[in-house]
Structures are given as structure tokens and as C-alpha cells.
Design a protein around this ligand. Sequence first.
Ligand SMILES: Cc1cc2nc3c(=O)[nH]c(=O)nc-3n(C[C@H](O)[C@H](O)[C@H](O)COP(=O)(O)O)c2cc1C
Ligand code: SF4
Length: 459
Amino acid sequence: MSETDILQTIEDYAQAACLAQDAGYDGVEVMGAEGYLINQFAVPRTNQRADEWGGSTANRARFATEVVRRVHQRTGSSFLLIYRLSMLDLVEGGGTWDEITFMAREIEAAGASIVNPYVGWHEARVPTIATMVPRAAFVTLTARLKKELKFPVVASNRINDPSVAEEILARGDADLVSMARPLLADPDFVKKAISGRALEINTCIACNQACLDQAFAGRVSSCLVNPFACNETELLITATVQKKRVAVVGAGPAGMACASTAAERGHEVTLFDSGSKIGGQFNLARKIPGKEEFAESLRFYRNRLANANVRMELGRRVSAADLVRSHFDEVVLATGVTPRVRDLPGVDHPKVVSYIDIIEGKKSRVLASRSSARVASGSMSQSFSLILNTERTTPPGNSRRSGELIFPLTIVVVSSLSARSSRVAKCGCCNAAQSELGKVSRRRQAGSDVRCSVGAACT
Ligand SMILES: Cc1cc2nc3c(=O)[nH]c(=O)nc-3n(C[C@H](O)[C@H](O)[C@H](O)COP(=O)(O)O)c2cc1C
Ligand code: SF4
């Protein structure tokens, strides 16, 4: 950037803040983190300038400081100016702690009202907000920064529970707590926390699947556990005008959501599941190391189903005849998915185990954690590797049973899941489900190689 570009960009930041002020906002947050422009000026990794905007720590902090100074000048002291500081870049050539605290003090002097630290550039290889990151993982660093500054400091990242937020404030680690995704997962988070209904909060499980992943793909962000997020004006749930008796078969996530929503609309709902507890495959997911947050969704639904007076019939495999006899007005099948066992030579060998056997502990994890090969890849396969790695890092005395045979190789079949519904069409060649066939036919139309996305060539 030329000197003219730099000065113009500083003016642009100030102008944007003025527009926000004119529109009635109480303040703005200047983004100085995540590897965006201001952050790029701050660190040697990206700033190789030899003029007064690069080189020394003070020069590299100049762009950030001038942005803050100009925004403050144009918007005045009663307008909140929060600065998003990169407290830990987590990339090579990032700022040192001394440089970061220097920057924070300069920002403070330039007129910022609050500092909101963030951890990691988008390019960082270290997970900072994914589900395997412990709750409030970076608060110790925030507390350290707070000691160096006079203005209020915010704690951010993976704070998804009111009790965690309270603990941070009570310890004096931060002056404020920020939440982003937890408010997508439950817009009533604060209301529920204040009114003593924390157990009713729909907790963000930090999966990033429907929020960040969507944003990076240029699509509207929503939430995996709350599809209403960003669809509030389109997904409208209204009270029913005709009360019905509804049976929902299957208490996995889809069945639980359907049953509670139907009951909240005013229907009389019974939820059946052959298992003794709600949750379906979420009960498997929550056992994967680093995916413990899935248990929160089950807690949420347990409370929601109870509050909506859904009649629970757990531990009961209901038949079509049962449902007919009970004269339900509507029956919803939400029986989920069943693992597809690949037709491979030797698939019935005792050394071949399924991921469900391992997760549920029906087959020995020790057996699988010796020398194992995985068939298939994908998220379930990765989850499975996490289990094995966790086992491997556990001291042998804790994980190995005496007298156990050691097999040279165990094969774990981590195959795709196929829907149980009989309406799902299957590819004759490779057993791909209907959704995959859709992709195949789209590729055929586009004139490209026809190859099933499950992996086999289907011509
Ligand atoms: C969809 C999405 C968009 C985001 N966009 C921004 C952004 O523009 N500026 C910013 O400072 N942080 C942004 N963030 C990061 C959040 O502000 C927050 O720091 C991060 O999600 C971790 O906090 P959380 O665990 O409370 O979600 C975004 C997060 C999500 C999920
Ligand atoms: S999709 Fe929802 S639950 Fe998953 S990380 Fe985003 S906000 Fe949290």
C-alpha cells in the first residue's frame, strides 16, 4: 500500500464508524485480529515495509493506533470503541507478548474504550474455537493481559455456559464476557441464564458446521443445533388450529426436534424409541474424545421434551400394527441411519469390528488400538482415530487387560451411514444412496466423468 492508500484506508475506517453511529449504533468494534489488514500491519510475518509503517514494533503498531485515533476523533468519547486485539497470533512471524501488550497500551492511549482479545489467525493450524478446544481455554492469557492494562478487557472463545462466564468474572480474569456462536445456538441464552433456567439453554457444541463453514463458503450462516438462526423470518412455527395425536418414532436429534416442536405447537405427541434413552447416534458422538459437548444437546432436549409434555415411550420397539391400533392422526418416522457394512472379502472375520462396537465398548478398544487399519475416511473415521489415539496415550496399565491376545492387525470398518427409510434409492453398482446418485447424474449432465462420490466408478 502506498502512503496515500494507507491514509485513505484510515479515513475509510473512521467513515464506516460514523455511518454506524448515524444509524443509531452505540459503538463499533475495530477488527485488529484473525490476520486481517490491521493484524497484517502489526506483525513481521506480513509487514516487511521499510518506511514509518513497518520495521520497529512502534512502526508496525502505527496503522492500528491511527485507525483507533481517527475513529475516536470522528465519533467522540460517548461512542463505544472496542478493539479486537490479536492476543496470540499462532502463526510463524506473529507478534511477541511484549509487542502485543505494547499494541494494547497504544490502542488504549489512542481512545479505545474496551479491548476484546482474539486468539489465532484464520491461517493458524492450532484449533482455537473447535469443539476439542476446552471451554474458556484462553482465559488465563486474557487475565495476564488484563493485568497490563487499565481499560476493560473481554474474555472470548468457547464460553458457552453461564456458569463458565460467571466463574471468569468472579475470578477477575476479565471485565466482560463475549459470546458469538452460543447466541446463534440459543438467542434466549441470556434471558434463560438470568431467570435461573440455564438447563434449558440450547448449548453451542462448537461444531462450526452451520455457522463458520457456511460463512466461509459464502452462504448464510445458521446453526446445527438451531436451524432457526438466520432463518427467523422464514421458518415460522405457529400454534396449531387443529390439535392432533402425533407419534414420532425414533428419539434421535430429528425425532426429538420434531416431537418437541409439534408438542409446542399444541399437538399431543408420543415419542417412541427402542433404546432406553433419548439421543440416537448423538449418544455415540458424545463419547468421542473432544466431542463431549454433544451431551449438552441431549440435556437440552430432555428438558425441552419434558416442558412440552411429550409422552415418552423409551425402550419400546413399536410396530406398524401398534401404531395403527393406537389411532394416531399422524406418524413421523425418524428412525435415523444404520451403518452400511461393506461387501468386502473377509468382512465377517473376527478381527473386523465396526466403529459402533468400539465406541459402545462391545469389543475391546485395546484390541483395536494395537495395529489397526481403517476402511473408509470421513468424519466418523477421524473420530475413530481420536479414540484410538486417546487409548494409545493412556498408560498401558490403565488400558490393557491382562491375558489379552495381541493381534497383529485389526480392521475397523468405518463405513458410510445409510438411511433406513425404504424410500432411499440405492445405486446398483456401489450402493450409494439417493443423494449421491443426484451428484452422479449432475456430473453426467455436465459431461464430466461419471464417478460415484462414494468412490466406485459407476458407468
Ligand atoms: C459465523 C461467524 C462469523 C464471525 N465473524 C467475525 C467477525 O466478523 N469479526 C470478529 O471479530 N469475529 C468474528 N467471529 C468470531 C467470533 O466473534 C468469536 O470470537 C468466535 O466465534 C469465538 O467465540 P464463541 O466461542 O463465543 O463463538 C465470527 C464467528 C462466527 C461463528
Ligand atoms: S453450528 Fe451452531 S452449534 Fe455448531 S458451532 Fe456454530 S453456533 Fe455452535
